[in-house]
Design a binder for this molecule. Structure first.
Ligand code: FAD
Length: 701
């Protein structure tokens, strides 16, 4: 195979990419691409991952249960169908042969994540149900439980139980520390008594809890011998698996209609002195003796909560994977539509496809580039994240280094999850609008994707709150001594290497581009990003120190340093990581035409991202005169113009099968208007309404 690493050369035979059906309007553009889209598909997705996903899609496509919801489905019906899909999914054999030991943790988790990605693209409700109900629960049991909890692990994979994760309370969401649900130890019965002290402490929003789950992973304040030891995780039985009736001592229900994700039963729960066995405390980080003594290897109780929450980071990694796929799917629909849809004529009277308009290219193509950027980043980062989890669980020696690695990986997750979910949110809206009125049809798929994606900016950590974790970490790194030269190329120290010569960068930096080639240049892009990070770090630190001196209140100082400083710093750090990864991935392509396309996409994504910070470059003095901004704008437009010939093939290389694209506007075979009219003339569409008499009566008044 041309264009790929050795690993790809070997494994390319594992997966077959099917030919696309003919479509005159799309083929006109497909033929203009200089690269082989099938090779690019394998390069982008990686052969083994693609094979796993194709297996899932083939299985689901052959089962009508995984087809579209009927348009008239009530939310209750959507929940019922998702439950059925869960049961059917378990019987597909996709999860057979999973290993239940920690030895294969990385490969097994990667496999589960890959299946999750494929499932989420078919029905995000189903993937949430599986993730919360099975895989996250299993992961947490392995990460925070001990030998005595392994039966839960086996039961959940055997589909005997289904779980949920109950953190959020009515009165507290982001401020996890202040959760008020209590688990008080009773040594006489060797049980924890779980109680909801007031309505504000009712757990809410919990996915799977509303109607179906049998067990909850519950965060509650652990109290023993009248001492509060902070938040801990407990496995709490909720419903009898045979009857689905809740156990006495619990009030549990569904929170009601939501704006999206209708197939998920988000629930609330209140506990009334409800008892669970002592052994149901997940006790890897802290335990209670039968007599009620509290034991922990952590000196700082905050670190116990930190360790528990870090264990949930894999949910954020999954959100990033899902967002990159949703983004890709949205661009597939919008670009295929733009190539077929014509509006207005040129001077010769020939109708112009939307894709020919500069404005349309400028609206859509940066999101195509972003789809590649995010996909490459999350693939690379998932491996690093899993390595980090393995090292942190197995290492007993270099404690300080492991801590640095864990906190660094956590800081990167906390800024990239917001970047991914926001780019995807914006892309969904732009793609919907780019498809005009037809984009608003449910059968176009985009509105539903937008509604289902929306909450990702909030759950698993509100974006604006998560970014504060990253900026705090960056400030700490800037204040710490630089890593030894031998370590500075290691991840995640390598991501903050730019800090080493921050003052020199700020004092001596100049950029003086005079041609497009000067800005379409990796050195220009890296220089700009590193300068921007150093400048924002200095601004944030200066603002924070000033506030601290004035107010003598570190919390207020942190709060007053967010806007135009820490918040932007964290976003820019996320972009810097994504951009750096994109460039290195481009260099792995050995096929000239493929690499030319990838570099075009790289420059477009990098300049489009940098351009959002143009005012900061002028404010801080890196850019002078109008020339640099004008060159960046010209480059963005030129990159869009060049991309036009490749855009359809570039989205073909991102596209799952039509069954998964699931849009009348975005199928590989085009047939745009045939599908549109079919979708508009469904049975019943020409019928007189059942309520016709009410209209006639009013007309006759
Ligand atoms: C669809 C969906 C599914 C969910 N599933 C689950 C689940 O399975 N289990 C579960 O436990 N929870 C779940 N949640 C809840 C979710 O985790 C919380 O909504 C989230 O943590 C945010 O908390 P909150 O809603 O209380 O918002 P708040 O914390 O009240 O935040 C409200 C706003 O204030 C801002 N804000 C907060 N603090 C600060 C600050 N210090 N500085 C500046 N701004 C700030 C935030 O950015 C946000 O915009 C789900 C939520 C949704 C929407």
């Amino acid at each position: 195979m041309e264009g790929g690493s050795n690993m790809e050369v070997k494994s390319v035979h594992l997966v077959q990419v099917a030919d696309l059906p003919a479509c005159a309007a799309l083929d006109k553009y497909r033929k203009q691409a200089a690269f082989d889209w099938k090779q690019l598909r394998i390069f982008v997705e990686q052969p083994l991952d693609l094979k796993i996903k194709m297996n899932v899609w083939t299985k689901l496509a052959s089962d009508p249960l995984f087809g579209k919801y009927s348009e008239a489905s009530s939310t209750d019906e959507q929940k019922r169908v998702t439950c059925h899909q869960l049961v059917r999914f378990a019987s597909t054999g996709i999860y057979d042969n999973l290993d239940t030991t920690f030895l294969l943790f990385s490969s097994q988790t990667k496999f589960i994540m890959c299946v999750n990605e494929a499932t989420a693209m078919v029905n995000p409700c189903l993937s949430v149900k599986i993730a919360l109900g099975i895989s996250l629960f299993a992961n947490v049991i392995l990460g925070l439980g001990t030998e005595r909890h392994l039966h839960f692990y086996r039961d959940v994979w055997d589909a005997k139980i289904l779980s949920c994760l109950a953190i959020t309370e009515l009165a507290h969401g982001s401020d996890t520390k202040r959760m008020r649900t209590v688990a008080e130890y009773d040594p006489a019965h060797q049980q924890f008594v779980i109680n909801t002290p007031d309505v504000g402490a009712a757990k809410c929003w919990v996915g799977n809890l509303g109607k179906q789950c049998t067990h909850a992973l519950l965060f509650a304040q652990l109290i023993a011998q009248n001492t509060n030891h902070g938040l801990h995780l407990f496995v709490v039985p909720i419903r009898d698996p045979k009857t689905l009736l809740p156990y006495p001592g619990i009030t549990v229900g569904d929170i009601g209609e939501k704006a999206g994700l209708h197939g998920i039963d988000n629930g609330f729960i209140m506990f009334h002195k409800y008892r669970i066995p002592r052994e149901n405390l997940l006790n890897r980080t802290g335990d209670i003796t039968p007599e009620g003594e509290y034991e922990t290897s952590f000196s700082d109780p905050q670190r116990i909560l930190g360790a528990a929450l870090e264990n949930l980071s894999c949910g954020r990694v999954a959100i990033m994977q899902e967002s990159s796929n949703t983004l890709a799917k949205a661009t597939v629909i919008a670009v295929r539509y733009a190539a077929q849809r014509t509006q207005f004529t040129d001077q010769q009277g020939i109708e112009t496809p939307l894709i020919e308009y500069q404005l349309h290219q400028w609206r859509l193509f940066p999101y195509v580039a972003a789809a590649y950027a995010l996909k490459f980043f999350i693939q690379q980062f998932t491996d690093k994240y899993l390595d980090c989890v393995v090292v942190s669980k197995t290492d007993t020696s270099g404690f300080r280094d492991v801590q640095m690695m864990v906190s660094g990986v956590h800081a990167i997750v906390c800024c990239t999850k917001p970047l991914f979910t926001w780019i995807c949110r914006n892309a969904l809206q732009e793609c919907r609008e780019a498809c005009g009125g037809h984009g608003f049809l449910k059968s176009a798929g985009l509105s539903e994707m937008r509604a289902n994606h929306d909450a990702k900016v909030t759950y698993e950590g509100d974006n604006n709150v998560l970014l504060q974790t990253t900026s705090q970490w960056l400030l700490r790194q800037a204040a710490a001594p630089p890593p030894p030269p031998a370590d500075e190329h290691l991840f995640p120290a390598s991501t903050v290497r730019f800090m080493a010569h921050a003052d020199a960068k700020l004092n001596n930096a100049t950029v003086n581009p005079s041609a497009l080639a000067d800005v379409c240049n990796p050195t220009f892009i890296v220089d700009c990003y590193e300068w921007l990070l150093c400048w924002l770090l200095r601004e944030t630190r200066t603002k924070r120190d000033q506030c601290q001196r004035l107010l003598n209140d570190p919390i207020a100082a942190k709060s007053l340093t967010q806007v135009y400083a820490a918040h932007t710093l964290a976003i820019v750090f996320a972009e810097y990581n994504v951009v750096s990864c994109f460039w290195s991935r481009c260099q792995q392509s050995s096929d000239a035409a493929q690499r030319a396309l990838l570099e075009n996409l790289f420059y477009l994504f990098a300049l489009w991202s940098l351009h959002k910070h143009v005012s900061v470059f002028y404010q801080g003095g890196l850019f002078r005169g109008g020339q640099v901004a004008s060159l960046m704008e010209s480059a963005i437009l030129e990159l869009c113009r060049r991309l036009k010939a490749s855009a359809v093939a570039a989205v073909d290389a991102l596209a799952p099968p039509d069954f998964v694209v699931n849009s009348v506007l975005g199928c590989a075979d085009g047939k745009l208007y045939e599908r549109l009219i079919e979708s508009m003339t469904k049975p019943g569409s020409t019928d007189r309404p059942t309520w016709w008499k009410e209209m006639v009566l009013k007309a006759n008044l």
